[in-house]
Design a protein around this ligand. Structure first.
Ligand code: SF4
Ligand code: SF4
Length: 182
């Protein structure tokens, strides 16, 4: 068993019944992440997008999640209040099958970072600007096993492999291991 360490888990609870589709969250997020901060706003750069399908009459704020290099093999289909939504409608991934959660100019993936800032924001910007209280921010402390670090290593290696290729990364690791031994 590894050592325990404390971790802050941040959550944003989304209450669909309170969301009226005003899109203030999209504007606030894109302005906060503009460079320089607040210099512009463009919902296409937001890390939260409000999915609306008029015929089915629901607004669903969806947060940008992980980058996916390839389309996944399966497809999600949601039924809410008896109404069926299009495939992938509420998926959080920035994936090649659609334009959602990609920087409009560069195509780089966007991911919600919970408005990390220094000094930290009291609440994420989308929560602050949702005047209908559809978004509620919560933090809790959890004890986690040190093994979590292994996931961090794997994630880091994954992105290195994406960037430089498996062979290059393997060569470098082997060379470093040999030089440490020798
Ligand atoms: S938490 Fe911050 S980064 Fe994430 S969607 Fe809301 S405003 Fe954007
Ligand atoms: S600001 Fe709140 S009410 Fe407006 S679209 Fe976003 S989540 Fe919905």
């Amino acid at each position: 068993m590894g050592e325990k360490k404390k971790k802050i888990v941040k959550t944003i609870k989304v209450d669909l019944d309170k969301c009226n589709g005003c899109r203030a969250c999209e504007v606030a997020c894109s302005a906060f992440h503009a460079a320089p901060k607040y210099s512009s706003n463009n919902p296409a750069r937001s890390r939260i997008r409000v999915i609306h399908e008029p015929l089915r009459d629901v607004y669903v704020p969806v947060y940008a999640g992980e980058y996916a290099k390839a389309e996944c093999m399966g497809r999600d289909k949601y039924v809410i209040d008896g109404k069926e939504y299009d495939e992938c409608s509420f998926c959080r991934a920035s994936c090649p099958s659609r334009d959602l959660f990609k920087e409009p100019d560069s195509g780089l993936p966007l991911k919600c970072d919970m408005c990390e800032d220094d000094p930290p924001q009291e609440k994420p910007l989308c929560v602050q600007w949702c005047l209908n209280d559809a978004l509620t921010y919560e933090e809790r402390e959890e004890e986690v096993e040190e093994e979590v670090k292994q996931e961090d290593v794997e994630r880091g290696l994954d992105s290195m492999i994406d960037k430089y290729g498996l062979d290059k990364v393997m060569d470098t690791v082997t060379r470093m291991a040999l030089s440490k031994k020798g």
